[in-house]
Design a protein around this ligand. Structure first.
Ligand code: FAD
Length: 375
C-alpha cells in the first residue's frame, strides 16, 4: 500500500463480516469494493435471530463482541436501522440452571448479569406460570432485526460511496487481484468474507481448518394469545451449555446431564431453545444443529416438532407457525474464528460457529488491523 492514491480494499461477501469490513475500511478512508455473488444480502446474516449476545461470550469472542456492540450502535444510528438495547433474559427451569446463572453473576457482576427470582422472571417474560424457578437479565446484549440490519447497512454503504458488485462471484483470489465472473478487480488488500463457501474459493484453507456447514431448523411463529410481548431475546438452559461463558461455569456439566436425561430427543437434535421477538409480534424460534460438508435443503420435520414441543411447554400459549427455514453457518472443530493470510495481502475472516451477528463486526475490524488497513 504505497503511493499517494487511496489503497483499494476488495471484500468478497456481503454478509455481516464483509459489510463490517467495508464499513470499517471506508471509515478509515480507503476505497472499498464489495464483490457478492448474490443479488442482495442473502446469507446467514439474514437467516438468524438477530441476537447480539455479548455476555455469553468468552475470550477472543468476548473481545470481538464488545467491539461489535459499539459498532452496531454506531452503524445503526448512521444507517438508520433499529438496534434494541433491552438486553437478553435467560430463564432457569431447574436448580442447576439457576446455580449456573449465579456462577456467571459471580464472575461478571451486576453490570452484566442481574439475577431474578421466579416472580421477577415471570414478570419480565411471558412464560407459563410454574415453568421457571428464576432467571437473569443480561443488559449488555443487543438485538437487531435480521432481515433489516445487514441489508440496510449495505444500502447505506452504497450511498456512502462503497462500490458493490452484486451478482458477481469471486472465482480466485491472489495478491493484488480478485478474479471474478465479471473480470479481474485490482486490490491492495483482499478480505475473504465468504463464510462457509470459503471451501469453494480457498479449499485448502477450509480443509486444513476442518470447515463444514451446520444446518439449523428455524421457525417464525405467532403466539395464539399473548397478554404482553417479550422485551427482547430469551435464552434457556439449552443455551447455557452452548455459549462459551455459560458453558465454562462449574454447573454446566450438571445442566447438560439434566437436559439430556430429561429430553434425549431434543439433545439428539442438539437443540438450543431460544427466541427473539420481532416488530410484527411474531417470534423467531430455534434451533437444531446438524453438521456436514454440504447442507442439503431437505429438512426432517421432526426437528420442527421438537422445537414446537419445547416452545409450547415454555410459553403460556400455543403458537401458529408463520414461516420455516433452514439456516446454514460455518463450523470448524475447536475454534470460533478462522483468520488466515493464505497469500500476501489476502485475508480470510470467517466466524466458525453461530455467533457472527455478535462478533462479526469486531472480527472484521481486527482483520483490517492485521492487514495494515489503518485510519
Ligand atoms: C439460523 C441461524 C441463526 C443464527 N443466529 C445468530 C444470532 O442470533 N446471533 C449471532 O451472533 N449469530 C447468529 N448466527 C450466526 C451468524 O448469522 C453468522 O455467523 C454470520 O451471519 C456470518 O456472517 P458472514 O458475513 O460471515 O456470512 P454470510 O452472511 O453467510 O455472508 C457470506 C456472503 O458471501 C457470499 N459469497 C460466498 N462465496 C462468494 C464468492 N465466491 N464470491 C462472491 N460472494 C461470495 C455469499 O453469497 C454470502 O452473501 C446464526 C446463524 C444461523 C444460520
Amino acid at each position: 500500500m504505497t503511493g499517494t492514491r487511496s489503497p483499494h480494499v476488495v471484500i468478497v461477501g456481503a454478509g455481516v463480516v464483509g459489510l463490517g469490513a467495508a464499513a470499517e475500511a471506508h471509515r478509515r478512508g480507503h476505497r472499498v469494493t464489495v464483490v457478492e455473488q448474490a443479488a442482495s444480502v442473502i446469507g446467514s446474516s439474514v437467516q438468524n435471530f438477530g441476537h447480539v449476545g455479548v455476555t455469553a461470550q468468552a475470550g477472543q469472542a468476548r473481545r470481538y463482541a464488545l467491539a461489535a456492540r459499539e459498532r452496531w450502535l454506531a452503524l445503526g444510528a448512521a444507517a438508520g436501522f433499529p438496534v434494541s438495547t433491552t438486553g437478553t433474559h435467560v430463564v432457569a427451569r431447574t436448580e442447576a440452571e439457576l446455580r449456573l446463572l449465579g456462577e456467571l453473576h459471580a464472575e461478571r457482576g451486576d453490570d452484566e448479569v442481574r439475577l431474578l427470582d421466579a416472580d421477577r422472571t415471570r414478570a419480565a417474560v411471558p412464560v407459563r406460570p410454574g415453568a421457571v424457578v428464576g432467571g437473569a437479565h443480561l443488559p449488555l446484549d443487543l438485538q437487531v432485526a435480521p432481515r433489516v440490519a445487514a441489508p440496510a447497512l449495505a444500502g447505506w454503504l452504497e450511498r456512502q460511496g462503497v462500490t458493490f458488485r452484486w451478482r458477481t462471484a469471486a472465482r480466485a483470489v491472489g495478491p493484488g487481484r480478485v478474479e471474478t465472473t465479471a473480470g479481474p478487480v485490482d486490490a491492495d488488500v483482499v478480505v475473504v468474507a465468504a463464510h462457509h463457501d470459503l471451501d469453494r474459493l480457498l479449499p485448502d484453507v477450509a480443509t486444513e481448518a476442518g470447515l463444514r456447514r451446520c444446518r439449523l431448523h428455524m421457525l417464525r411463529v405467532r403466539p395464539a394469545s399473548s397478554p404482553r410481548p417479550f422485551p427482547g431475546p430469551l435464552l434457556t438452559g439449552w443455551s447455557m451449555v452452548r455459549y462459551e461463558a455459560l458453558a465454562a461455569c462449574p454447573s454446566a456439566d450438571d445442566v447438560a446431564r439434566e437436559l439430556a436425561a430429561a429430553d434425549p430427543e431434543a439433545a439428539a437434535w442438539d437443540v438450543n431453545l431460544m427466541l427473539t421477538p420481532q416488530a410484527d409480534g411474531t417470534l423467531i424460534v430455534g434451533d437444531t444443529h446438524v453438521r456436514d460438508v454440504d447442507a442439503p435443503v431437505f429438512q426432517d420435520e421432526a426437528g420442527n416438532t421438537v422445537l414446537l414441543r419445547l416452545l409450547t411447554d415454555l410459553l403460556d400459549t400455543g403458537v401458529d407457525v408463520v414461516e420455516r427455514w433452514q439456516g446454514t453457518y460455518a463450523t470448524a472443530p475447536g475454534r470460533e474464528f478462522l483468520v488466515a493470510e493464505p497469500a500476501p495481502g489476502v485475508h480470510v475472516a470467517t466466524v466458525t460457529t453461530g455467533i457472527g451477528m455478535t462478533t462479526g463486526l469486531g472480527l472484521a475490524a481486527d482483520v483490517l488491523d492485521r492487514a495494515g488497513v489503518t485510519g
